[in-house]
Ligand binder design. Structure first.
Ligand SMILES: [Zn+2]
Length: 330
C-alpha cells in the first residue's frame, strides 16, 4: 500500500483509493495523476486533507485481481492472516479512519455506462454520488457485507469504465475532480450536482459452466419472460418486470453473470428542494446499514418505501449530527 497525502482547499478530510484490484491499472494511473496535479496546483489553503492511496501493490505488480484473496471481499479483514489481502484490509481501513468522504476506483469487463455504488447512504455519500458524472448509482446494501464501501463510513465506489481502456482513466480522473470539488477539497470551480437514478442490487446471478451468453446490457430493463443470461448449466429467465442487470458480463467474473437490480427512484442533490424528502430516506438507510453485516441483511429485506417509514421513526442523535454537519459545509 502506498499513501500520498496532499493539501486541501477546504476543511474536509477525503480519500481516493485506486488499485484495490491488481488487474485494474486505471485506478493507480488516476491516483498518480491526481498526486501530480494536486501538487502542481498548490492547493492546500485549508486544514483538510486529500489522501491518495494505491491499495494492492502486490496484485498490481502481478497484474492479477488479487494474490491470495479478493481484497474487496475481505473486509474488515484480519491483521494476523497469512493471506496477503486479508491482512491488508485492516491496514487500508486504518488509513481511511475518520475520513469525511472516500472514493474507491474500479473498472470492469462490463459495458458502459460508468456508475457509482454505495452501501450506506450518508449525507456525504449523497454529495459524492450526485456530484460525479454518473447517471446511475447502485445501492449494494442488500449484497455482500465484506466490501470496502460496506465497511468504511462515507465510502462510494465507482466503476469508471472498461478494464484497460484509456476512456476509463479519463472518465475516472474527471469523476475524482468532481468528488474533490463536492467536498471543498478542490476550489478551481464550484461543484455541480445532478440527480442520480438509484438501482438496488438484489441478488447475484450465478454462472455454471460452458459457453456463457449475456443478452442484456447494464441498466437495460429485462422484459418479463426474457432470458438474461445462459450457459450449459443455467438459463436465467426473468419472470417479473422491472429487473435491470448490474455489472453484466460474459467473461468478467468466474462465478457470476452479474447482479439483478431494480430501479428504486432518484437520489436528489444536496441543498435542493428534494433534500427534505430524500434526506429522510438517507437517514433511514444510514440507520439501517450501521456498517455491519447483520444490518446489511436487514437492508435487503427492507429496501422499500415502507421500511423508510419505519426507520424514520427510529432516527438517532448521530443522524441529526450528520445532517447538521453537512448543513455547515454547504
Ligand atoms: Zn475492481
Amino acid at each position: 500500500m502506498e499513501t500520498i497525502d496532499r493539501g486541501s482547499a477546504g476543511s474536509a478530510r477525503v480519500a481516493i483509493v485506486g488499485g484495490i484490484h491488481g488487474d485494474e491499472p486505471a485506478g493507480e494511473r488516476i491516483v498518480r495523476r491526481l498526486a501530480d496535479e494536486l501538487d502542481a496546483e498548490g492547493d492546500g489553503a485549508g486544514d483538510g486533507l486529500v489522501r491518495l492511496i494505491i491499495a494492492n501493490e502486490r496484485a498490481l505488480a502481478s497484474e492479477a485481481r488479487y494474490t491470495d484473496t479478493d481484497l474487496n471481499r475481505a473486509f474488515p479483514g484480519d491483521a494476523d492472516s497469512d493471506e496477503y489481502e486479508r491482512a491488508l484490509a485492516p491496514r487500508l481501513a486504518a488509513e481511511l479512519k475518520g475520513m469525511d468522504a472516500v472514493l474507491a476506483l474500479h473498472t470492469s469487463h462490463s459495458a458502459p455506462p460508468p456508475f457509482a455504488i454505495y452501501s450506506d447512504l450518508t449525507p456525504s455519500v449523497r454529495r459524492s454520488v450526485t456530484a460525479m458524472p454518473v447517471d446511475y448509482v447502485v445501492d449494494a446494501s442488500g449484497l455482500r457485507g465484506t466490501t470496502l464501501d460496506s465497511t468504511i463510513p462515507h465510502t462510494v465506489s465507482i466503476e469508471v469504465g472498461r478494464q484497460g481502456s484509456e476512456e476509463a482513466v479519463e472518465f475516472g480522473y474527471e469523476a475524482c475532480l468532481a468528488f474533490l470539488r463536492a467536498h471543498g477539497a478542490l476550489d478551481d470551480e464550484p461543484p455541480t450536482f445532478t440527480e442520480t437514478t438509484v438501482v438496488a442490487g438484489d441478488e447475484e446471478v450465478p454462472k455454471g459452466g460452458g459457453e456463457p451468453t449475456v443478452h442484456f446490457d447494464n441498466f437495460e430493463e429485462i422484459p418479463a419472460g426474457a432470458v438474461f443470461a445462459e450457459d450449459d448449466v443455467y438459463t436465467h429467465r426473468v419472470e417479473e418486470a422491472g429487473v435491470v442487470p448490474i455489472l453484466a458480463s460474459e467473461e468478467g467474473y468466474e462465478e457470476i453473470f452479474g447482479i439483478y437490480g431494480r430501479v428504486m427512484g432518484t437520489l436528489e442533490p444536496p441543498a435542493s428542494a428534494g433534500e427534505t424528502a430524500i434526506g429522510s430516506e438517507a437517514v433511514e438507510e444510514t440507520d439501517e446499514a450501521g456498517g455491519t453485516d447483520e444490518a446489511g441483511g436487514t437492508d435487503e429485506a427492507g429496501g422499500t418505501d415502507e421500511a423508510g417509514g419505519t426507520d424514520e421513526a427510529g432516527g438517532t442523535d448521530e443522524e441529526v449530527d450528520e445532517t447538521v454537519e453537512e448543513a455547515e459545509t454547504e
